[in-house]
Design a protein around this ligand. Structure first.
Ligand code: ADP
Ligand code: MG
Length: 318
């Protein structure tokens, strides 16, 4: 199978009206008049983000999901995506499973694959996905927009992907039943993109949690020139963590990465509207803290005592 057969068979699908997909020098996307284009790229590298024997369907899903998560974090509506793929060899079973899962999420999110690039890479698989979305001008949820007095919210639950990764890599003692429960959160994250598109106008700042709540919230605080208090007892700890030691739970929820849920800030007068929106889109949204003036990030327990923070989160070059 040559490069062009591969692209045609696995990565060329009919595109919606108004689009030009793979096959020309550029793809064309229908950006609505007056909207801003939002775009983002994420790389997944074998040995770094996934293991050589990773399930190809999970990879296909996750490669796109982590990018849709970036659009959600901006409050943008998905428009389409590009796929850069480097493979050591052509493995048709791998490609079929990868492509099916990729296209399934693309269809669900209204984010069709419109082009890409395909090459050989002897040292392992590299997957690069670029997404495009659209957002009303000046309504995107920027990291720099948090204000003192804002509530801090998080969507979904925290900790399950971290726990799954620790069990899979043998860093935590084996717990096969719990691993089976936690694994989908690591391998099949579902960012709340429909809910997120409705947040502009209600929320101020937002991002998606990829490297850990403390580290990622730290980015909002730095960009906004603010501090924050997090209420540890209000965090939506994933149920899979409940049987675990307190110190492991704390590590997973405060510093665990791969969450692909939103952390956002919003003024208190929008509490009810946000709760209704979350309900309408079947998203769990939890208030977990408050933005303050200053520059410190503090975590309080139910009694108002400081919770010790050991590690903040993941850093590729730490
Ligand atoms: P070019 O010579 O312009 O770089 P290519 O020969 O690399 O074009 O690709 C041919 C067409 O196939 C282009 O429209 C490109 O966007 C598309 N394409 C290549 N690889 C992929 C891929 N992995 N997924 C989707 N489309 C792809
Ligand atoms: Mg090319």
């Amino acid at each position: 199978m040559n490069e062009f057969d591969l692209i045609r068979r696995y990565f060329t699908r009919p595109v919606p009206p108004g689009y030009l997909g793979a096959g020309d020098d550029c793809a064309l996307l229908p950006v609505a008049p007056g909207k801003q284009l939002a775009t983002s790229t994420d790389l997944l590298v074998e040995g770094r983000h996934f293991l050589a024997d990773a399930d190809p369907a999970s990879l296909g899903h996750k490669a796109l999901a982590v990018n849709i998560s970036d659009l959600a974090a901006m409050g943008a509506e998905p428009l389409g995506c590009m796929l850069g793929l480097s493979l050591p060899r052509v493995d048709e079973a791998w490609l079929a499973a990868f492509a099916d899962a990729f296209h399934a999420l693309a269809d669900e999110a209204g984010c069709p694959l419109v082009g890409g690039d395909t090459t050989r890479s002897p040292d392992g698989i590299v997957i690069s996905v670029t997404v495009f979305g659209q957002v009303e001008p000046d309504r995107a949820l920027r990291r720099s927009a948090a204000l003192p007095g804002d509530d801090i919210w998080v969507s979904g639950t925290l900790g399950a992907p971290h726990a799954a990764l620790q069990w899979l890599t043998g860093q935590w003692p084996a717990q096969p039943a719990l691993l089976a429960e936690a694994r989908p959160a690591l391998e099949r994250p579902v960012p709340p993109w429909r809910f997120a598109q409705r947040l502009p106008g209600l929320a101020h700042a937002a991002l998606d949690i990829s490297d850990g709540l403390l580290q990622d919230l730290g980015h909002i605080l730095k960009a906004s020139g603010c501090g924050a208090i997090l209420y540890y007892h209000q965090l939506p700890i994933d149920a899979v963590l409940l049987p675990l030691d307190e110190s492991l739970v704390r590590e997973a929820v405060l510093s665990g990465g791969d969450v692909y849920q939103l952390c956002f800030t919003a003024p208190p007068h929008n509490r009810d509207a946000i709760a209704e929106l979350a309900h309408a889109f079947d998203v769990r949204a939890t208030r977990i803290g408050v933005i303050e003036s200053g520059a410190q990030l503090k975590v309080h327990d139910a009694a108002g005592r400081l919770v010790p923070i050991t590690s903040r989160g993941f850093d590729h070059f730490a």
